[in-house]
Design a protein around this ligand. Structure first.
Ligand SMILES: [Zn+2]
Ligand SMILES: [Zn+2]
Length: 78
């Protein structure tokens, strides 16, 4: 089981949330999406139900940070 979701798993999550950000409930453009794991180290951690869809900026707000977490890094905590 991989640590990060595959393209297929990301697409499944995108479709499962209707392409809508789970923070602001506005549509997310492809390329501006971040997948947030509710829980880590569980089986099915890359299932859509555990993989919330956020805008990049909303995901940062969700984590309570001002600068982007994802820019230039490939953190596991997304
Ligand atoms: Zn949003
Ligand atoms: Zn996150």
């Amino acid at each position: 089981m991989g640590r990060n979701p595959t393209k297929t798993q990301k697409k499944a999550a995108f479709d499962a949330w209707g392409g809508t950000c789970q923070h602001c409930h506005l549509p997310v453009k492809r390329g501006d999406e971040v997948y947030h794991h509710i829980r880590r180290r569980i089986s099915g951690q890359h299932e859509p139900a555990n993989l919330l869809l956020y805008h990049t900026s909303c995901h940062d707000q969700h984590h309570g940070v001002r600068r982007s977490l994802s820019a230039g890094t490939n953190r596991a905590d997304t």
